[in-house]
Design a protein around this ligand. Sequence first.
Ligand code: SIN
Ligand code: CO
Length: 383
Amino acid sequence: MMEISWGDLTPEKFLHEYWQKKPLLIKQAVANFQGTIEADELAGLAMEQEIESRIISHDGNSQWQVKHGPFTDFNQFGDNNWTLLVQAVNNWSRETNQLLSLVNFIPRWRVDDVMVSFSTPDGGVGAHLDQYDVFILQGEGRRRWQVGAPDESLTTLLPHPDLKQVSAFTPIIDEITEPGDLLYIPPNHPHNGVAIENSLNFSIGFQAPSSQDLWSGFADMLIDKNLGEARFADQDRNMCNDPSLLDENDINGLQQFMLTQVKQPEVFNEFTGKFLTQSHHALELLIPMEPFEPSYVTELLDNDDIHLAPVSGVKALIINTPTPQLFINGEVFQLSEETKQLAIKLTKSEPLTTKELKSFTVCLKNTQLLTSVLNKGYWFIEE
Ligand code: SIN
Ligand code: CO
């Protein structure tokens, strides 16, 4: 597990003073950080169809270009003024996924992905705002980072239809990052990173669902499960004096009616667990050709030289109320007292040895749970 060297800070102080409030640069937050992926491996990922990537370049004269992957060759971009950005590298690189343990003081559901960028000298995406919190860890190379405070007077620029930037801002942080330095940027704080030399940057991006996404996801589930068929009822209606008025009472009644299911833990908690564990990016799911039987899984665990491993980047969480449930990638697994401990292990995104698993599978329910996650392709057998 990786941890941030906080210096004078602690995670508690960080949450209190900086989280969603102020940007922060922590020099040598990860001493001797070597990066989790090489530039040429990153370029390899950007050649894959299902992996989202883009190259942003400029001519040094405020002409910007955006090209979307998959890429076949990088020679045309030259030695300077461009950056390659690859989304959700943690879904393809276990070492990159392990960077998420740096932010274990924030629940996993709040995290989206690890984006990795490779920038050549003077390369960057230009000054811009993001709607999400981000921790940017410097790998190899050095980069000049400027970060400002939210500023209503900044204007939005569109130097290319696919590239949103903002006008020049006054930096409150203006520093050169070196390997192992960690920059935290809250949402809506203008920032600009310009590479000084070939640079790799690892961005842990957070997710914050919008109210409209939550409502529409919730409505989809009500419709799927036919849970919203009940009709508005008003047994206690009082005399109405003005039939053309929709009064406060009725407005409140309708509002309460709409919130009925949101307030039902068995409905809302299942929805949230599914919604928040759904991956926003492709995953390397490994669904077996033929589903395994629990008896096969039991036999498998007699083997000393295999591991069971989660698919890199797959999101999992546990909700304890009103009944314990495990959520993996938008799917729910009902838990019981016997399966809770195993479920906790299944959320840790670390491989498990057969030895560790063997003790659980004296109980058939645990074997069944393991079999289900293997059959869904969320976990796989690693030789
Ligand atoms: C990066 O260039 O590595 C990060 C881009 C950003 O600031 O969002
Ligand atoms: Co940004």
